[in-house]
Design a protein around this ligand. Structure first.
Ligand SMILES: NC(=O)C1=CN([C@@H]2O[C@H](COP(=O)(O)OP(=O)(O)OC[C@H]3O[C@@H](n4cnc5c(N)ncnc54)[C@H](OP(=O)(O)O)[C@@H]3O)[C@@H](O)[C@H]2O)C=CC1
Ligand SMILES: CC(C)(CO)C(=O)C(=O)O
Length: 338
């Protein structure tokens, strides 16, 4: 009989809590790592996810850091926390462990064996510790937020997985996909994970920084002609760069429909801005912007949004400050089009 798969989830925020709660029903042996009060809370109460009225509850092992080698480790932290999280949990990563960074943004492994992605692995911790053959890229379509230590989601979790390097149809990857499916996570293993990463990044780069600055939710951005124009002005050079790399990304009509379909949802970056937490700007904005600019596709609209984010201590802006920032951004894109 096959032994139970050992799966770890690093970080018990929105995504980590949702993953751990779902994996509780998968038959795997699940370990979650967390810190401080959150660790105590999980030890006392377990983890819980409410998906449109249906509760998933689990009592995984809870630790501050992994002590035993795992079959698969999901890193559910913000991109800027990934190198440290990998270093702290290196005891859980053996040569055959599948490592799945569940982070938004341009991932460190994107050009595995080729160009280096700037900003995302500044001390080369990921490059030193992880073999690209064991890294699975991941794109998770799920909107999750936390309330009183419990995760709340409003759509069926859908996960695409694909190796950073090497064959996608390996037995260990297929086995992991089966376990995820058993937990209720719709999972596809794809040879085109880079295309999917860039499509997700198109949504994030165009909305996350803008929402963190102005406080707008996704459907508001889609329904406002001005905000949608700003988002599309960010999309255009990013899409042109992706095109140069050989990836065709969906058009602006598709993109604005996506914002509207996502509904009244605050992006994860807006949630961070409201909570006064660090923003995931390096992976989501600065890295792709720098690489696109170096390839001849500067992004003045995104540069203006980032400059505005840098100049304000309290985010998101509100009232007259938000109005002024919005007008100034609109001027940037109309000047650009003259
Ligand atoms: N929320 C969403 O709907 C979506 C989010 N994403 C992406 O998923 C990723 C995770 O996002 P999300 O779950 O929202 O982020 P959160 O900020 O909610 O959760 C991250 C968690 O990781 C913990 N953490 C950080 N470093 C460590 C560490 N070394 N050891 C243990 N725990 C650690 C943090 O703990 P502490 O509080 O102690 O710092 C925090 O609880 C991001 O890249 C995000 O962009 C993707 C799709 C949708
Ligand atoms: C939901 C979505 C796609 C918004 O851009 C997201 O990934 C986020 O909030 O970070």
């Amino acid at each position: 009989m096959e032994s139970r798969m050992k799966i770890a989830v690093i970080g018990a925020g929105n995504i980590g809590t949702a993953m751990a709660a779902l994996l509780g029903g998968s038959g795997a042996e699940v370990t979650v790592t967390a810190r401080g009060l959150r660790l105590e809370q999980i030890r006392a109460q377990g983890v819980a996810l409410c998906d449109r009225g249906t509760w998933h509850r689990a009592r995984p092992q809870a630790k501050q850091a992994l002590e035993q080698v795992q079959d698969a480790v999901f890193f559910c932290v913000k991109a800027q926390a990934l190198p440290q999280a990998v270093a702290e949990n290196i005891a859980g990563i053996g040569p055959d462990t599948l490592v799945i960074p569940m982070v938004n943004g341009l991932p460190f492994w994107f050009f595995a064996g080729g160009a280096e992605v700037p900003f995302v692995d500044p001390e080369a911790i990921l490059a030193r510790h992880l073999d690209p053959q064991q890294v699975l890229g991941a794109v998770l379509l799920m909107t999750v937020r936390m309330e009183a230590g419990e995760a709340l989601s409003s759509n069926t979790p859908t996960l695409s997985l694909g190796p950073a390097m090497g064959a996608h149809d390996r037995p260990a990857i297929a086995r992991l996909a089966r376990v995820l499916e058993a937990g209720g996570i719709l999972t596809d293993v794809t040879p085109t994970i880079r295309q999917k990463v860039l499509v997700k990044l198109l949504a994030n780069i165009t909305t996350n920084p803008l929402s963190a600055l102005l406080g707008d939710h996704l459907s508001t951005i889609g329904n406002s002609p001005e905000l949608a124009a700003l988002a599309c002005a960010v999309a255009d050079p990013f899409r042109a760069w992706a095109g140069d790399l050989g990836y065709a990304l969906p058009d602006n009509r598709w993109l604005t429909d996506l914002y509207i379909d996502a509904g009244d949802f605050p992006t994860s970056m807006l949630q961070d801005a409201r909570a006064g937490r660090a923003l995931e700007l390096d992976a989501i904005a600065r890295a792709p912007m720098a690489m696109a600019e170096a390839a001849g596709h500067p992004n003045p609209a995104l540069a203006a949004i980032l400059a505005a984010l840098d100049t304000h201590c309290t985010l998101p802006l509100s009232g007259s400050e938000a109005q002024i920032a919005r007008h100034s951004l609109m001027n940037t894109i109309s000047l650009e089009r003259i």
